[in-house]
Design a protein around this ligand. Structure first.
Ligand SMILES: *Cc1c(COP(=O)(O)O)cnc(C)c1O
Length: 465
């Protein structure tokens, strides 16, 4: 019997064949070379571990796998995903897709030099935080404000400035975890502040806070329970009462509102998401929230409040480690500009448009979409039905939004196989699997993405018919 390893082509030979393959011709040599080596390795390992007579390969299949492998490797690592899950702020999908104006601002800032730390009027050095301060003050109603990389960094910076080595009182009902790495007790420990828990999971009263105040207390922190709600026999203390208590004892009162709601949510019945102005209005010294949740902007942590605390935060050497770059600032400034006119924000900030899109508009989009699919896939079951959508990203956790989905039952392939192929399509598509069917919620699909979504579904479903 001949040695099966002897029959393997040499790297150069296989590479050459791959380079003349129709797919291979479109791919850079370095990807083809790496894929050639990988596929030869795979084949060698298979030959070594298996009964070699059972391993079937031909030069054609080998070239084919080299090209497929090289194609996959040449795809951008960070790719566009069509979000058909109906979850508006999907943290794994990068939370808020940005407004056109914000995206343009990012592009311009990326391609050019900008006055990031230069006062153009005087020619003097300036600070990047100064660029956004007035817009943030206008948004929040606070006397001063600054920005860092995310709300977790905002929490750390605030605690470092307000309570180094000192106690910060927090209700036991508010010791949140936001997706894995953000756990309030851990964040607090890493900032050097000492957590002083008060009350119980469901009930914390003003006198619980009052009794906990001692000579080493520096602050009271109220944390919005973004991604959960405690219902039933519950009590918590309104921020205004915490402010009155805190100020009577010379304590700093901090309000972590998390989601950064800057607009009227009246249209979303049952929502109890706090407004970013409430805390400042009630006299809180510092309010913090994320830029990429309900604000619909870039990842950022906004800190608004008393000028003396903002100054203390900005002069902390650690500020350098969490400062935002020019791209974030460009996106944030453009997003804030849209928020300055609430109606404009509702129309142009994608997250807000998605939150507000009426059921009837979604129904007509979904009906037309399903009709187009049925024309091309006459043998596939395609329906339209009501199913809730969610804000996601740890906001409005128990406020489902009435929504409409297009429901498809793949004909000839498994549901998980179909979903996996959608995920690896280009652009990638993320849908929902429910009750043995696949659901597409157009609420989170941008109108201009509908033709691509349609093409991806049709290509996959008809490929097996
Ligand atoms: C989301 C959230 C955070 C963390 O914000 P990131 O911007 O993700 O770092 C902190 N606190 C609350 C209340 C939140 O909702």
């Amino acid at each position: 019997m001949s040695n099966p390893f002897r029959q393997l082509p040499a790297v150069n030979e296989l590479l050459h064949l791959a380079q003349s393959h129709p797919l291979g011709q479109t791919l850079p040599r370095r990807h083809l070379l790496a894929a050639t080596r990988r596929q030869l390795d795979v084949l060698r390992t298979t030959l070594r571990n298996a009964d070699t007579t059972a391993v079937v390969w031909t030069l054609e299949t080998l070239v084919e796998s080299v090209c497929t492998d090289a194609f996959a490797a040449s795809q951008p690592k960070l790719r566009t995903v069509i979000n058909a899950t109906g979850i508006i702020l999907h943290t794994n999908l990068g939370r808020a897709p940005m407004a056109e104006a914000a995206a343009k601002a990012v592009y311009d800032a990326a391609r050019n030099y900008v006055n990031l730390e230069l006062d153009l009027a005087t020619g003097e050095r300036s600070s990047r935080q100064k660029l956004v301060r007035s817009a943030l003050c206008e948004l929040t109603g606070a006397p001063s404000a600054t920005v860092v990389n995310n709300c977790a960094a905002a929490t750390v910076m605030v605690l470092r400035a307000v309570a180094p080595g000192k106690e910060v009182i927090v209700s036991r009902g508010e010791l949140i975890e936001i997706g894995g790495s953000f756990r309030l007790p851990d964040i607090m420990a890493s900032s050097g502040a000492i957590l002083k828990e008060v009350g119980t999971t469901n009930i914390t009263r003003l006198r619980d806070y009052e009794r906990a105040i001692g000579p080493n207390t520096a602050a009271i922190l109220r944390v919005h329970t973004s991604n959960y709600r405690i219902r039933g026999f519950t009590d918590s203390v309104p921020i205004a009462d915490l402010v009155a208590l805190g100020h009577a004892h010379n304590l700093c009162v901090i309000d972590d509102v998390g989601s950064g709601r800057a607009f009227d949510l009246a249209q979303l019945a049952g929502s109890d998401e706090p407004d970013i102005r409430t805390g400042i209005g009630a006299g809180a010294d510092l309010v913090i929230f994320s830029g990429d949740k309900l604000l619909g902007g870039p990842q950022a942590g906004i800190i608004a409040g008393q000028a003396k605390w903002i100054q203390a935060i900005e002069s902390d050497p650690f500020m350098r480690a969490v400062r935002t770059d020019k791209l974030t600032l460009a996106a944030l400034l453009a997003t804030l500009e849209l928020h300055a006119d609430p109606e404009l924000a509702w129309q142009t900030v994608p997250v807000l448009r998605m939150l507000r899109e009426p059921l009837e508009s979604l129904r007509s989009r979904a009906t037309a979409f399903a009709e187009r699919l049925r024309e091309q896939l006459p043998n596939t079951s395609i329906e339209v039905m009501e199913q809730p959508a969610f804000a996601g990203g740890g906001t409005l956790p128990d406020t489902p939004l009435a929504s409409i989905v297009v429901v498809l039952t793949p004909q000839c392939q498994s549901l998980s196989g179909f979903a996996a192929k959608l995920r690896t399509a280009s652009p990638a598509v993320l849908a929902r699997i429910h009750d043995g069917r696949i659901l597409f919620d157009l609420r989170t699909v941008l109108t201009e993405q509908e033709p691509q979504l349609e093409a991806a579904i049709v290509a996959l479903e008809s490929s097996r018919l």
